[in-house]
Design a protein around this ligand. Structure first.
Ligand code: AMP
Ligand code: MG
Length: 333
């Protein structure tokens, strides 16, 4: 039997990060396409910052609101400096010396050449150098910075394996397989000048560490003005389909598990005794959180109970993502 149309059938897939595949993916980006890219935080959906077509595809594939700007990933400090005017280079070099490559994203005023699709018209650009050899090799092969938000459909937990990207975006992209992400939650996003540092999103680098290394007071963003400064923090985020409930003690969690009329996952940093049978227990950490939220959905569980004792409450990035997952499920109860 002959196929009636002669268009080539393009099969997208998970690719081993060989030199050939990295070169091929770099060409896809230069030609206006998008590719799934591993980083140490979460998998990104990459497009060249010089391709309006590629940048537009990121928003279309993710279902991302157009007013949510993109993080730009670079392979050198000079590339980062090329995104902003000379007066901001010193602060970028200081950040790079202390944290790059690593999970710290710096928001600085954007130079006029940076696409409005990247800045969402805010006049600023968010930039970081990822600590992953495959990401760095891809950016170098493209020859210019790449914009890469997390490679999930908007509102879903971020992907921490190549398979998660395919689960969300289907066969619309090739994904370079860099293995499971080491950090597992998104980068810390800071707005930075020579005198001020404001954390817009907690992540892999803590505010204590920022304060110590920068030697300046570090503020945590809150309020309407800061939400405008970092639109991504406004949207429903990090949420599985089932409801997520945070408990502060083992007794509270056990009582809820016993009373529940639906199948549950219990997420805690350690095993908990005396849980009803049929509850799936899972280990809680930054690196495993998103994979476990996705597993609860795959198992079609009715809810997730999370033990947030005070060791967990002291972990800013983890608590931030858990609170978002829990408040998103309240909205959907
Ligand atoms: P993600 O979609 O996971 O890559 O998230 C990117 C985050 O960085 C979102 O919260 C964005 O709002 C934030 N972001 C990106 N660019 C900027 C910018 N220019 N100013 C402030 N926040 C930004
Ligand atoms: Mg995201």
């Amino acid at each position: 039997m002959r196929l009636s149309n002669s268009l080539p059938v393009l099969l997208h897939m998970i690719c081993a990060p060989t030199t050939d595949n990295i070169e091929r993916c770099a060409k896809v980006l230069r030609d206006g396409g998008v590719v799934g890219m591993p980083t140490e935080t979460v998998y990104g959906l990459a497009a060249s910052i010089h391709s309006e077509e590629g940048l537009a595809r990121i928003f279309a594939l993710k279902g991302r609101p157009a007013d949510n700007p993109l993080i730009v990933h670079v392979a050198s400090v000079d590339e980062a400096c090329s995104l902003t005017d000379a007066e901001h280079h010193e602060v970028l070099r200081k950040v790079a010396a202390a944290w790059w490559p690593g999970p710290l994203t710096c928001v600085v005023p954007a130079s006029a050449a940076v696409s409005m699709r990247v800045t969402a018209g805010l006049g600023t650009v968010a930039v970081r150098m990822p600590d992953h050899p495959v990401a760095l090799a891809l950016i170098q092969a493209v020859g210019s910075p790449v914009a890469a938000p997390s490679a999930n459909r908007s509102g879903r937990p971020s992907p921490t394996t190549a398979q998660h990207v395919i689960d969300d975006l289907g066969n619309d992209v090739d994904v370079l397989d860099g293995g499971p992400c080491n950090v597992g939650v998104e980068s810390t996003v800071v707005r930075l000048s020579s005198e001020h540092c404001t954390v817009l999103r907690p992540g892999g680098v803590s505010s204590d560490e920022l304060q110590r290394v920068l030697g300046m007071p570090v503020e945590i963003a809150s309020g309407a003005e800061d939400l405008r400064a970092s639109p991504g923090t406004r949207y429903r985020h990090y949420a599985p389909s089932c409801s997520v409930v945070l408990c502060s003690t083992e007794d509270e969690l056990r009582a809820m598990a016993v009373a529940a009329e639906t199948s549950l996952m219990v997420l805690a940093t350690h095993a908990i005794a005396d849980l009803p049978e049929c509850v799936v227990s899972a280990l809680l950490s930054e690196a495993t959180l998103y994979a476990e939220l996705r597993r609860a959905d795959d198992l079609q569980l009715g809810g997730i109970l999370v033990l947030c004792d005070h060791t967990v409450q002291g972990r800013d990035a983890l608590m931030n993502r858990l609170r978002k997952a829990a408040s998103a499920s309240e909205e959907h109860l």
